[in-house]
Design a protein around this ligand. Sequence first.
Ligand SMILES: [Zn+2]
Ligand SMILES: [Zn+2]
Length: 371
Amino acid sequence: MQSMKAVVFKGQNRIAVEEVPRPVAGPGEAVIRITTTTICGTDVHIVRGEYPVKPGLILGHEPVGVIEELGPGLDTLYAIGQRVIVGAITPCGQCFYCLNGVHSQCHGGLGGWRFGNTINGAWAEYLLVPDARANLAPIPDALSDEDVMLCPDIFSTGLSGAESGNIKVGDSVAVFAQGPIGLCATLGAKLKGASLIVGIDMNADRLQVARRFGADVTWNLADGDPIAEIKRLTEGRGVDVAIEALGRQETFESALRAIRPGGTLSSLGVYSGKVTAPYEAFYAGLGDQKIVTTLCPGGKERMRRLMAMIEHHRVDLRPLVTHAFALDQIEDAFDLFSHQRDGVLKVALYPGGKPAKAAVPATVGALDEQC
Ligand SMILES: [Zn+2]
Ligand SMILES: [Zn+2]
């Protein structure tokens, strides 16, 4: 049996690079050689023991790679050596939930999220892709790994906050938290035609990026509660749509206070414990408000659409890729990312070793030449 290098979850606050068996593709499955992947805030929750997964699992759910092996039934659809991404969520496309249009809940609650959750993930040299026919999304030739590495999760999730909020042209929108997902939600609000976007965070660097991504107004929580300012900007009403992109009681509550009667709270955060809605902000349950939740949309058609937005220059996500590491350096990368040091937004991880020219924005031109 052939082996490969992978990052294995060993229990709370412990991960290790280990030599493990390399996967083999069965019917309907594919194996991709991972060329680039990244760390997600959810991985931080997992490693800290705040979201349970089994020790021994390979983590990571954001794969960019090259098809290495195709199981029976796939060779007329794909080719060995083809560059692909796979969504963090891998719907089967055939179950009750998929056929009712809620692909992320494939086979039941959160069931579409398999990589680094219920099956081995992308922090490895090779990754087994289930239901490959529904999930392998070819990368357009013009795009580099770094161009598309945020499509499997961050861009899909952030954008879905704006889509599920059903933002209409001319809407006012507040986005609570401007981490990578909140920044993509801000970008999504702009793409959906919001007239006013308020970006909220407590990190001044992130608020600066928020302005580049479409926020007209930014509010630093160090300056106090943003609700009065939001009301002032919306003739006293509150915004049409608020997007929650952190997963905390405080931000959920602020987002609820920020919307007008009849407004929508679109929630993307991963919560733990209980979330409560205060009486006044909830209008005693009679405010005609909508609270919608969304798990990252996946599947190859979603990935194709997201990559098309990048290919045709509607969006550029490379400013979010601030650091680069070899997969072997996962401990350093994880430490930097989880503590949000040095202006980090997202890190590129390379299982094949760190390229001579890393994917930081300063070298974007050089990366273009390589592709
Ligand atoms: Zn994620
Ligand atoms: Zn399904």
